[in-house]
Design a protein around this ligand. Structure first.
Ligand code: SF4
Length: 308
């Protein structure tokens, strides 16, 4: 097989891209626990990325006691091509942060008896601190409410403001995650308001600033038109930044307005990326069609426990 990833169907991608292959599908299970949790979330006016991003692993993760909360509002000041979160226009929309949000996230996480809580946010480039104080407060509230749980933060790049990164780390997350999302050649299309080197700098700073027992983590999607050598270079760059854990998953088009899937990467290619990453020295590499940022987060938790 050539180094270039196989494009299914061979023809240029249609508006909706190639057909979803069997290996990228997931059976729906655990409906009961999922519906119970959804009712609880609505009651607190909270949102999980698991739902917003239509994550294919939502049933499994909720059932396992892991969930990802999205804070700093429902709208984002950026417009990444792969993301279905609505755009925030500060002239038109409410920009005030909900002061009760940190406490509500903590209460809901406790009610859900979560063992692993992921806190992420939209980008808030309109705020002086990028929302980092609110982010840090949410981490502190969750850690107070659920001292046994592990907390992972999946942060924006805070426009490269390392004081903001430090503020979040000072709140004591067990895992600091910042996603690269794609290879640098595709940034202009996939992540136009972000900068590849800036994101690497955030991860490198986090590794140096955080305590040794805090893991750093990053993830990206494949199927957006990248090549295998580009993916290997991205993994090398992440390792050079000291990143401990990498996640590699198939991009799935969340709505028809988002970028089309260029290709469905075959499972053996995901295995090859995992093996390559492990060879580079990552502590863990999760690589597979349905892998998402927080997939199998409880395994990361176990690893983190051994280091704490
Ligand atoms: S910054 Fe995050 S939330 Fe905002 S559009 Fe991009 S991926 Fe979506």
């Amino acid at each position: 097989m050539s180094d270039t990833l196989v494009q299914i169907g061979g023809a240029p991608p249609a508006a909706r891209g190639p057909r979803l292959p069997e290996w990228a599908r997931k059976s729906r299970t655990h409906f009961e626990s999922l519906n119970r949790l959804k009712r609880g979330l609505r009651g607190h006016g909270l949102h999980t990325v698991c739902e917003e991003a239509r994550c294919p692993n939502i049933h499994e993760c909720f059932h396992r006691g892991a969930a990802t909360f999205m804070i700093l509002g429902e709208r984002c000041t950026r417009g990444c091509g792969f993301c279905s979160v609505q755009k925030l226009n500060p002239r038109k929309h409410e920009t005030q942060l909900d002061a009760n949000e940190p406490g509500n996230v903590a209460r809901m996480a406790r009610q859900m008896q979560l063992r692993y809580v992921v806190i992420t946010s939209v980008n808030r480039d309109d705020l002086d601190d990028g929302g980092s104080r609110h982010f840090a407060e949410t981490v502190r509230e969750v850690r107070r409410a659920l001292p046994e749980a592990r907390v992972e933060v999946l942060t924006p790049d805070f426009r490269g403001d390392l004081d903001a990164v430090a503020r979040v780390i000072d709140a004591g997350p067990h895992v600091f995650n910042h996603n690269m999302e794609t290879v640098p050649r595709l940034y202009a299309r996939v992540r136009p308001q972000a900068d590849y080197r800036q994101s690497l700098a955030v991860l490198k700073f986090a590794r140096g600033y955080g305590a040794a027992e805090m893991l750093t983590k990053s993830g990206f999607m494949v199927g957006l038109g990248e090549t295998a050598p580009e993916v290997r270079t991205l993994l090398e760059d992440l390792r050079a930044a000291g990143t401990d854990v990498a996640t590699v998953g198939q991009y799935l088009q969340p709505t028809r307005r988002n970028l089309p899937v260029v290709e469905y990467v075959e499972p053996r290619q995901f295995d090859a990326y995992r093996d390559y990453g492990l060879g580079l020295g990552f502590r863990m590499v999760f690589s597979g069609p349905l892998v998402r940022s927080s997939y199998m987060a409880d395994l990361v938790r176990e690893e983190a426990s051994q280091r704490c």
